[in-house]
Design a binder for this molecule. Structure first.
Ligand SMILES: [Ca+2]
Length: 191
């Protein structure tokens, strides 16, 4: 099985290499950068507002839901569950990189929990990309993914922001079978 490294996806049967995701206006200096729906409110249509669900290849293998029975903060967490046999499911959002952040470090953190995670496991995903959506720097937490069943704990990943960085692509990934929960996702700019 090939591990996820790319930036282009088949989104629930639709061709997608990025796509439009609601974004917020980041702050100018170091500190927390606002994300859309970082605590995973469920919208009335059943979707997780601000988050885009992606799946490998043909899709139809992962569910992406808000879970009010397993959460760190109300009203819910995000839950990714694999019911099919595709390689990975990803819940993500993008936001623009400010030029004042070039050369600094971005840190993505959040609380994660897993049940029966196998293969490459579950974790956070943080990338910088060009305007053409080519990945420049990335950290997919590949060296310490959640495997098997793990209680809620806080994790973080960091990447450098290179001169060509145009946007962040960030989220949570389940790369194998099992279930991943995530809550309270935060992005910060640090020196
Ligand atoms: Ca929450």
């Amino acid at each position: 099985m090939k591990q996820f490294v790319g930036s282009c996806f088949v989104v629930l049967g639709l061709s997608a290499c990025g796509g439009s995701v609601p974004t917020t206006t980041p702050s100018l200096s170091n500190g927390a950068v606002p994300l859309v729906n970082p605590s995973f409110d469920l919208t009335p249509d059943g979707s997780l507002a601000g988050w885009e669900a992606n799946e490998h290849s043909r899709g139809k293998s992962f569910s992406f839901t808000a879970d009010a029975s397993n959460m760190v903060s109300a009203p819910a967490s995000a839950r990714i569950n694999r019911y099919g046999d595709e390689a990975w499911g990803l819940l993500r959002q993008t936001l623009p990189v400010k030029t004042v952040w070039i050369g600094k470090t971005a840190r993505l953190s959040g609380s994660l929990k897993s049940e029966g995670a196998d293969s490459f496991g579950a974790g956070l995903l943080l990338q910088t990309r060009t305007s053409g959506e080519d990945v420049l720097t990335y950290n997919h937490m590949s060296d310490r993914r959640l495997m098997g069943t793990q209680a809620w704990a806080k994790y973080s990943v960091e990447i450098k922001i290179p001169p060509q960085a145009f946007q962040f692509n960030l989220g949570i990934i389940l790369e194998g079978g099992g279930t991943l929960w995530a809550d309270d996702i935060q992005l910060e700019i640090i020196d």
